[in-house]
Design a protein around this ligand. Structure first.
Ligand SMILES: [Zn+2]
Length: 195
């Protein structure tokens, strides 16, 4: 997959600006439900939709409940997010962060839904939302901190409310291991020079 030129830098700055707006430090746990509230985007649980609007819920679910993650529904320019609350919390957080990332990146309304909610006809847009969503949940600082302290992925993922898979992906995407290693080598070489 390829991101458009400069996208990652843009996404990282959007992620850190969003943290500042929510008064979160770079190492704080990020709650996408708080971001939804901040952006005034109503969030609806699939279970509630199924109760109140079974037809609509069936539209999103089709046959396979497990395949549905989350979707943004537009009412004019207003967004509403429906998410699958049957998934594990870490998955719900990344699904919701992905949908809100579409809003932060000002992605336009999609004319049609693909399988699993989002528009599968524009994979670049989807990759961008996934990248930013993950960057919101696991900042570069968090990824570096986890590596620096040698924390088990599973434990760190639990603390930050994400799946171990997403935590691992962010550690890879940020190059955290190499960066920490480089820092250690640099300090070691400085140390030996001083001696
Ligand atoms: Zn999407």
């Amino acid at each position: 997959m390829g991101y458009r030129r400069g996208f990652k830098t843009h996404a990282n700055s959007v992620a850190s600006e969003t943290r500042v707006e929510l008064q979160l430090g770079p190492l704080d746990r990020f709650d996408p439900f708080v971001l939804a509230e901040y952006l005034a985007v109503p969030v609806i649980r699939l279970a509630d939709l199924a109760k109140e609007a079974p037809e609509a819920a069936r539209h999103f679910l089709r046959e396979d409940e497990g395949a549905f993650s989350a979707v943004t529904v537009f009412r004019g320019s207003h967004r509403v997010v429906v998410y699958n609350d049957a998934h594990v919390p870490g998955r719900q957080h990344s699904d919701l962060a992905h949908e809100l990332a579409h809003a932060l990146l000002r992605h336009e309304a999609a004319p049609a839904f693909g399988d699993g909610g989002c528009r599968d006809w524009d994979s670049d847009i989807e990759d961008e939302a996934t990248f930013l969503g993950a960057a919101l949940l696991v900042s570069e600082e968090i990824a570096l901190d986890v590596v620096r302290r040698g924390r088990p992925i599973r434990e760190a993922a639990h603390e930050y409310g994400v799946t171990p898979k997403l935590m691992q992906w962010r550690i890879n995407a940020t190059g955290a291991r190499k960066r920490v290693e480089r820092g250690r080598n640099y300090r070691r070489s400085r140390g030996s020079q001083a001696a």
